[in-house]
Design a protein around this ligand. Structure first.
Ligand code: GDP
Length: 441
């Protein structure tokens, strides 16, 4: 079908049910949504572990799983079958296997989980930034096998953990994986627990927001079911899935004005010619609502919506939604744009102060500002002060330059005005690498 120009006569009218969304939410039995990001060293077993979770929770059917297994065995990579369950992007799929069903969502009795950054993408850091900025919590996968743990700690593990913490992720679940390779040695687990604990608290995580689960992704031990291995009888704590269930959402801002960042824009559907997807950061909305999209400043009408893939009349903060919208020209919509209400818009700004963790040397310099999938060129115009990682107290005012690992308050100016408001997770990149990440104040 051809897209027609919007004219007044074509305006779609949508009847609102005028629901009191918050009371609908309170009485609903809808599962809560939780997003998490998976971090850890390459080969720690992230994909396998997530594949196991998806398979165990029935997010993927046995026939498909069997097919992956056969295909994986055919090319001599039997153990990779589980990892293929994840939606890993075309690069992973190009390794000789066709995957037609892949997902990053699974459900438990109480919660609809979304893995916001499927591990395995080559272009990892930008993906992780988009993921981390939507995460309620992080799952850190550690390879417990001898030698691997030690080298992993020096590598990406540290960088990823610091990145998610500096972006405001408060809770972290540590999967001490591949315990089968160390015969479920209790001492080994304790040693890892101690070292990771020390490192995570130094990175600014609070002790009571860190938990550890000894597990084996490949065998499925302590993932969705408790291991029956007699060597593991010392562990009486939660399985990984039980641990995920205890995590609180990052934001509860249901009563605040509507805020949603557009993840993707879809056009051309027969029933729904134009849709946007994303997670509601704050507030709520319902069918028939008028929304304002920024920075375009154009309004649109919500024709219908879906929450976690199910049709719904309303949605609240924390939920992943698809909004089918009308009365707007799609050229005004881009991923990274923000949706709010005409009555309480986000102001667009061209400079801000942020508390960031430096990954490289920072000084007044050119940077790209990333927020979710939005990015704009700009520059760090001033280093205000270096700060203590956990207390936030000022260590040094007006430093000329700070090194990697330092938390610093900076003033950033952008080449164009964009809709931004605190608290927002942002990342600063320069020359293709992440130089800092943190929270806009
Ligand atoms: P990723 O790079 O972190 O996503 O790691 P993968 O999931 O691709 O796993 C890397 C390798 O470790 C693969 O050969 C897996 O089969 C293997 N592996 C993953 N989990 C386990 C585990 O629990 N035990 C053992 N022994 N091997 C595992």
């Amino acid at each position: 079908a051809e897209m027609k120009d919007l004219s007044v006569e074509d305006k779609v009218t949508v009847k609102s049910k005028h629901l009191d969304v918050l009371s609908e939410y309170k009485k609903s039995t809808r599962k809560r949504s939780a997003n998490f990001v998976v971090i850890g060293h390459v080969d720690a077993g992230k994909s396998t572990l997530m594949g196991r979770l998806l398979a165990d929770q029935g997010a993927i059917d046995q026939r498909t799983l069997d097919r992956y297994r056969r295909e994986a065995e055919k090319i001599g990579k039997g153990s990779f079958a589980l990892a293929w369950v994840l939606d890993q992007g075309s690069e992973e799929r190009a390794r000789g296997v066709t995957i037609d069903i892949a997902t990053n969502q699974f459900e438990t009795e109480k919660t609809a989980f979304t893995i916001v950054d499927a591990p395995g993408h080559r272009d990892f850091v930008p993906n992780m930034i988009a993921g981390a900025s939507q995460a309620d919590f992080a799952v850190l996968v550690i390879d417990s096998s001898v030698g691997k743990f030690e080298s992993g700690l020096k590598g990406q593990t540290k960088e990823h953990a610091l990145l998610v913490r500096s972006m405001g992720v408060q809770k972290i679940v540590v999967a001490v994986n591949k315990m089968d390779t160390v015969q479920w040695d209790h001492g080994r687990f304790e040693e890892i627990e101690q070292q990771i604990s020390a490192f995570l608290t130094a990175a600014g995580f609070q002790q009571n927001n860190i938990s550890f689960v000894p597990c084996s992704g490949v065998l499925g031990d302590n993932i969705s079911r408790r291991t029956e291995n007699p060597h593991a009888s010392w562990y009486t704590g939660r399985t990984l899935i039980e641990e995920l269930e205890t995590s609180e959402p990052y934001t509860h801002a249901l009563e605040k004005p509507l805020r949603m960042t557009i993840g993707d824009v879809f056009r051309g559907g027969v029933q729904n010619p134009l849709s946007i997807s994303g997670r509601i950061d704050a507030g709520s909305l319902q069918m028939g609502d008028q929304i304002l999209t920024l920075p375009s400043g154009e309004t649109a009408t919500v024709r219908s919506l879906e929450v976690d893939g199910e049709p719904s009349d309303w949605a609240v903060a924390g939920q992943n939604v698809v909004l089918n919208i009308a009365n707007i020209d799609p050229i005004h919509l881009r991923s990274g744009d923000v949706v709010c209400r005409p009555s309480s818009p986000i102001s667009t700004i061209s400079s801000f102060t942020a508390k960031v963790l430096a990954f490289e040397h920072l000084m007044p310099m050119q940077v790209d500002v990333h927020r979710g999938r939005l990015h704009v060129p700009g520059r760090i115009s001033k280093l205000v002060a270096s700060l203590d990682k956990s207390s936030g107290a000022v260590i040094k005012k007006r430093p000329k330059i700070v090194g990697p690992g330092v938390v610093v308050r900076v003033v950033v100016e952008m080449d164009q005005a964009v809709p931004l408001e605190a608290p927002t997770r942002i990342v600063l990149r320069a020359g293709g690498s992440t130089v800092a990440a943190g929270l806009l104040e």
